[in-house]
Design a protein around this ligand. Structure first.
Ligand code: ADQ
Length: 735
């Protein structure tokens, strides 16, 4: 890629016919104060004149400015062709033609923006035919976010009604524009007026120039102008106005057959980095554990680490988290530059109060809607606040003030607030791996308002599903009076974006190839199962997973549909977790009781309805288990996503797949619509659904599996990471 960019630029520059599309402000000329300068400076004017004189070269100025201003800057009818109002008007040989948008005009939006303008000294309104813009470049720094947010609030209702208009956010300008008047419309107009085969070089610094770049052909070249922080679809970049002018000088040389040097040497033209280069710090309660040296059965579970680790490596980032150790002494941060991990120990007290206490016994149950299981202790809340502050202190040791921070999960809801208090100005995002419940459940937390305000100190909040995101928005408006807008949630004069990013799995890792050797345990399992159909449950041992309920429901199936007696068995694998929290000990007991009861009541000497294994499996073994199961039984009472459902689908034999029974209350149900969706609280209906899955004809299993697999393959941990980081690091340029 690196070496091909100058080549592509050289090729386009030397093509027989060339059109150069160039943005004005921020590209050909610097942003001026006041913004609307009436004359070109000498350097720019000379470059434009020389380009106009180059043979078989058409220069087109593509600007957001209105016609009269461009006319004033380029009065000569034989001068460059002009595009005004982001494509709304075009001037060729001195005469203007407009897009045919009828009577469309952003009435109403202008009045709203004028009110905002009056409240924020320095802001100005620019009214054009199909758009109206509020410039806040001259608003004092301290009031810029406030101006932006007020404009957003003022426009929100209007934009929901006037759907043919969109919001465009440029550098310190927010604009309401007709959707059809964008710079991309320049290309068809241009092509109709230049010789066939004309190459195009498009140069621009603004978000609106991305529309031009998107409309280019494969032989054309897009060049972004400006610092490297904003993602762009252009493959090449120039650092700023001066570099752009040097590049134009090089182009003039090429078109005049002068002996010219290299565009890279002359202008610093360089490839755009595929990824944003800002340093990234990932923060999670627990550092991902290395599997090395652990026996398979002791291995920690969770597939997130691999996807996030890959993204981190690419971005040369660090991962900060609790080391997993507790003790009483010094607790300095241990940084391992080689692995990119930085860990610290918790004191026993912190572990008991913050982790086992507020996180696992207050937040976890409430976030899953189990308010009856939640308990609240002041000391645990205090520890939660303090540990979030410790995370923030360590984060500040690891990342520059403007570095990007990505926090994970409900342990760190207060991290962004604490980082802001410490002067951190970079982007901060949080992904919540668990559900966000309805307002009625969330407001039972004694510190609900502080937690919500803490979450709104992030710039981006990510959820697995639309429903969790909507629940959060309702809680924020209900408890804090925050306002939901088309761009996110506004609270206390700040905007927090909210996005839905469903986590995926690496489907390939669960694909079983015919040549794969069977696990010895699998061989034994097959022998033991004989003709019995296998129904499989795989979970971390947690009351939200509904394991005892599932075992009872499975037993109920034999009452409701007795023909399956002696023909099917449930294998429940539950890997222990949070073993020092009393609710989890009780849950383990409840599972063991349910297994004993069902086998005692229904079992025969030759048939155990339920088998129960409490251990961890490595991925290949897990994949073989999934594949051997005729039914995947995934019936959590509530779950953020539930990756087991996706893993089960990925592991199936496409020619003879099993059927997936999936709880409607798992986030995965939003994507896996072709599963047999069920309400696990309705044991009778769920029991009948299991029987239906067991008896499902092969054709139906294949058809459902095809749709499910397509859904599973749509995302991976890596694509999920990139989507979140893209949303976190792109968007409006910080004022
Ligand atoms: P978990 O509640 O841990 O995570 P889940 O999505 O089911 O839930 O992931 C469990 C992972 O552990 C899966 O990859 C599974 O293969 C593995 N696993 C489970 N039992 C195992 C066993 N016995 N041996 C080996 N591996 C086993 C939280 C949220 C979820 C959310 C995830 C990711 O509660 O709702 O899907 O984070 O965001």
């Amino acid at each position: 890629m690196v070496s091909t960019i100058p080549d592509a630029v050289r090729r386009a520059a030397r093509s027989p016919d060339l059109a150069i599309l160039i943005d004005l402000d921020g590209t050909l000329i610097p942003f001026a104060t006041p913004p609307l300068a009436a004359r070109l400076d000498v350097g720019a004017a000379q470059l434009v004149r020389s380009l106009t004189r180059c043979r078989r070269t058409q220069i087109v100025i593509v600007s957001g400015r209105p016609k009269p201003e461009l006319d004033a800057l380029f009065p000569d009818p034989d001068g460059p062709w002009l595009v005004a109002e982001h494509g709304g008007w075009r001037r060729r040989l001195g005469s203007w033609t407009g897009l045919d948008l009828g009577e469309a005009t952003p009435h109403g939006a202008e009045e709203r923006l004028r009110e905002v303008c009056a409240a924020h000294p320095g802001a100005t309104i620019e009214r054009k035919t199909w758009s109206v813009a509020l410039h806040y470049r001259n608003v004092p720094d301290s009031d810029r976010e406030g101006t932006y947010v007020d404009a957003l609030l003022a426009l929100d209702g209007w934009l929901r009604t006037w759907k043919e208009y969109e919001l465009l956010e440029g550098r310190l300008v927010i604009e309401v524009r007709h959707r059809s008047a964008n710079k991309g419309t320049t290309l068809p107009w241009l092509r109709s007026a230049v010789p066939p085969g004309t190459s195009v070089i498009a140069i621009g610094d603004d978000l609106s120039d991305e529309d031009t770049f998107a409309a280019l052909g494969s032989d054309d070249v897009a060049i972004a102008v400006g610092p490297d922080e904003r993602p762009t679809r252009a493959p090449a970049r120039l650092a700023g106005v001066e570099a752009c002018r040097s590049f134009l000088a090089w182009l003039i040389g090429v078109r005049s057959d002068d002996a010219v040097g290299d565009p890279v040497a002359m202008s610093g033209l360089h490839p755009v980095a595929t990824h944003v280069e800002a340093p990234l710090l990932v923060v999670s309660n627990r550092l991902p554990m290395d599997d090395d040296g652990l026996r398979a059965r002791d291995r920690p579970v969770g597939g997130l680490a691999s996807g996030v680790s890959a993204s981190l490596r690419r971005r040369r980032g660090m991962w900060l988290g609790w080391s997993g150790r507790t003790h009483e002494g010094a607790r300095a941060l241990a940084v391992d530059e080689v692995t990119g991990r930085a860990g610290f120990d918790l004191s026993r007290q912190e572990h008991a109060l913050y982790y086992n206490g507020f996180a696992n016994r207050s937040l976890w149950p409430v976030l899953h809607g189990f308010i009856g299981r939640a308990r609240f202790r002041d000391a645990e809340w205090t520890a939660y606040v303090e540990v979030n502050e410790r995370f923030a202190d360590h984060a500040m040791e690891l990342t520059p003030r403007d570095g990007v921070v990505w926090a994970h999960d409900f342990h760190l809801l207060l991290l962004a607030r604490a980082l802001r208090d410490r002067g951190h100005t970079g982007r901060k995002g949080l992904f919540l791996h668990v559900p966000f419940p309805a307002l009625d459940a969330f407001e039972t937390v004694p510190h609900a308002e502080q937690l919500l305000a803490g979450m709104l100190a992030f710039d981006l909040l990510g959820f697995h599903t639309e429903r969790h995101a909507a629940n959060f928005a309702r809680a924020a408006s209900g408890l804090l009076g925050a306002t939901e807008t088309i761009r996110g949630i506004v609270h206390a004069g700040r905007l927090t974006r909210v996005g839905v990013f469903p986590l995926g799995i690496d489907a390939d890792e669960f694909r079983v190839r015919p040549e794969d050797e069977l696990d010895p345990e699998m061989i034994e399992l097959r022998a033991a199962m004989g003709d019995l159909k296998l129904v499989l449950g795989v979970d971390r041992l947690d009351y939200t997973k509904g394991i005892p309920e599932r075992i009872d429901t499975f037993a109920r199936m034999f009452e409701l549909v007795p023909e399956w007696r002696g023909k099917a068995s449930l294998l429940q694998i539950a890997v222990p977790s949070r073993a020092d929290v009393p609710e989890y000990k009780a849950q383990r007991q409840a599972i063991e009781n349910a297994v004993g009861r069902v086998n005692g009541e229904l079992g025969e000497a030759h048939w155990a309805p339920v088998r129960y294994v409490s251990r961890s499996y490595d991925r290949p073994s897990l994949a073989q288990l999934y594949r051997a199961a005729r039914v995947g039984l995934v019936t959590p009472l509530r779950d953020g996503m539930n990756l087991v459902a996706k893993e089960y689908v990925a592991a199936q034999d496409p020619e003879d797949p099993g059927a997936l029974v999936l709880s409607r209350f798992a986030g995965a149900a939003e994507e896996l619509r072709e599963a047999l969706l069920t309400n696990p609280y309705d044991r009778g209906a769920t029991a009948r659904t299991i029987a239906r899955a067991l008896g499902m004809p092969r054709e139906e299993r294949i058809a459902r599996h095809q749709a499910l697999l397509a859904a599973v393959q749509r995302s991976s941990p890596a694509s999920w990471c990139e989507a979140f980081l893209e949303a976190l690091t792109s968007g409006r340029w910080a004022p």
